[in-house]
Design a protein around this ligand. Sequence first.
Ligand SMILES: [Fe+2]
Length: 283
Amino acid sequence: MLIAQISDLHIRPRGALAYGVSATNLFAEHAIHALLRLAPRPDCVLVSGDLTDCGLDEEYTLLQELFARLPMPVFAVPGNHDRREPFRRAFAGGGYLPAAGYLNFTVDRGPVRIVGLDSLVAGESHGALAPETLDFLAASLAARPEAPTLVMLHHPPFETGIGHMDAVRLFDGVAELGAIVARHPQVARILCGHVHRSIQTVFGGRACQIAPSVAHQVALDLQPDAPSCFVLEPPGFLLHAVTDGAVVTHAATTDRAPGPFPFILPADYPGKARRAEPDAGAI
Ligand SMILES: [Fe+2]
């Protein structure tokens, strides 16, 4: 089973740029095309927050039009740039979100359980997991302990070394999240967004992975006083392959690259000649 993860689309009203620079709607088009090019086709697409830039109804409408072009279901958690009620209205048709309260969900896709957690704090950039959300996670994991499980939330629960992003990471509920996943070995990944870079660590004894943005990336600057800046590095996404309960994650770019070119070695290829030398000497 293949599960794609895209993150931080930051959709803007038609014709508008994010921060006056980033053509996020165009980047999202590239992401949709990248997903449609995948063969085999993913079973579903996960979105780890910041679907819109400002949480506007107009932005969610554009997002719905984009996602309607995907033949597979899309499951999303909100980020700090989203707003809870417009988000809920936009995805009500998916049938996986609750009618009220935090936007937590559990979906089962074949052998895999996916748990989405709402870490949005209205009006703030940092994240928090409410006691109800932590209880929801614990109950969802306890209900199907044999299922390899992906836990997704927008805000990462660890420090990345990028100071201005660490200042707005997940705060409330970090220790509790770590304790819950530590006692549930079926948790194969904790999947996040928010930092707009591909970053991995171990948290609560589990692999914890931040997806790159499909739009602009946060500058890789680990100096303590690094300014809050973004760069237009190639956007990317993650593809989680689940086989016999084991999860292998591939990182890919959304841009179409030259190739593929077959690994064919001509007879006079230097490397091929060097590898032949030991055999030649042994004769
Ligand atoms: Fe973001």
